[in-house]
Write a new protein. Structure first.
Length: 310
């Protein structure tokens, strides 16, 4: 069973505007509600192609109930711990003229130590049947980055591989527990190593340094430059597939889903990379976060290239 663990559940509201300007009223051309929160996104993506998972996490209020309902619509099993406050809403503003997007995050849940303990207790129970864990994302107020180290360690004690995706400082905390895979984007990897990474060779050297230090395989997503995977004993550059981008939000979470599917189904991890990049390309075509058409993914799958690197 694939388990996703999302401490900070989220609903994304994507708003498309002709041009993003200040001090004026802007009329949106369209709006889309979709899933947010990296691990929950991955469950949502997997569910769309009929792959079952268990979504754990913290949720609050009416927005939390809506997130749970959206997951259940795709046959994801949901076991959220209810807390005070409200599950956050991310407003993603897409500037159609510039082809850029900006994300504004709202206030989040109110989490207490007993809430964290309850979530970890449910997570420990789920690990008995877990084949792989996807976790990461931001943390709500009241939670420490050490949460990720604790969660990854619990899985490691049971030999359950973890795919981890978070920004610093959560990224550093989780890496201390040596997850099986980490999936930073280019900005997050640069922040982790403390220098700006521009070329593929710089990204490769940084990924190899992370792997050497933490024993963690690295899949770095690079936007228009595709992705670079530093695996045990081999590395690949995966060029992006040219598409007409509507919104890239959630594309990286599609890569998480692809890796998880490969581990769950005992496929070569190269198949997981292909599945992830094909789904990420399909996600970019859709206006909402992590939304995609399975037919698009299948169309892109034979176009994914894994080029040995360097």
């Amino acid at each position: 069973m694939i388990v996703s663990l999302t401490p900070n559940t989220t609903l994304d509201l994507t708003v498309f505007v002709p041009r993003l300007t200040t001090n004026t009223t802007i009329h949106a051309t369209r709006t889309v509600h979709s899933m947010g929160g990296k691990p929950a996104d991955a469950s949502w993506i997997l569910g769309r192609r009929g792959i079952e998972s268990l979504a754990l996490g913290l949720a609050a209020g009416a927005v939390g109930q809506k997130v749970a309902g959206m997951l259940r619509e795709l046959n994801v099993t949901v076991d959220f711990c209810q807390v005070a406050g409200e599950t956050r809403i991310n407003t993603v503003i897409v500037d159609e003229a510039a082809g850029e997007h900006t994300t504004i995050t709202s206030a989040s849940m109110q989490v207490h130590p007993e809430d964290v303990a309850a979530l970890l207790a449910r997570y420990e129970q789920a690990l008995a049947q877990a084949s792989v864990v996807i976790t990461g994302g931001s943390l709500p107020p009241g939670m420490s980055p050490d949460f990720y180290a604790d969660a990854i360690n619990l899985a490691g004690e049971r030999d359950v591989p973890v795919i981890f995706d978070a920004a610093p400082p959560n990224l550093q905390a989780g890496l201390q527990a040596r997850p099986a895979f980490v999936k930073p984007n280019q900005h997050e990897l640069s922040a982790l190593v403390g220098r700006e990474l521009g070329t593929l060779d710089e990204i490769y050297q940084a990924a190899r340094a992370v792997q050497a230090q933490y024993g963690t395989q690295v899949v770095a997503t690079l936007g228009e430059s595709g992705a670079l995977a530093a695996l045990a004993g081999r590395s690949y550059h995966i060029p992006s597939i040219p598409v007409q981008v509507s919104s890239p939000a959630g594309a990286g979470d599609a890569v998480l889903a692809g890796l998880a599917q490969a581990l769950h189904q005992n496929l070569p991890i190269e198949d997981g990379l292909r599945l992830g990049i094909a789904a990420a390309s399909a996600v970019c075509l859709q206006p909402g976060t992590a939304a995609y058409a399975v037919d698009d993914m299948q169309r892109f799958l034979p176009l994914v290239e894994l080029l040995p690197f360097p």
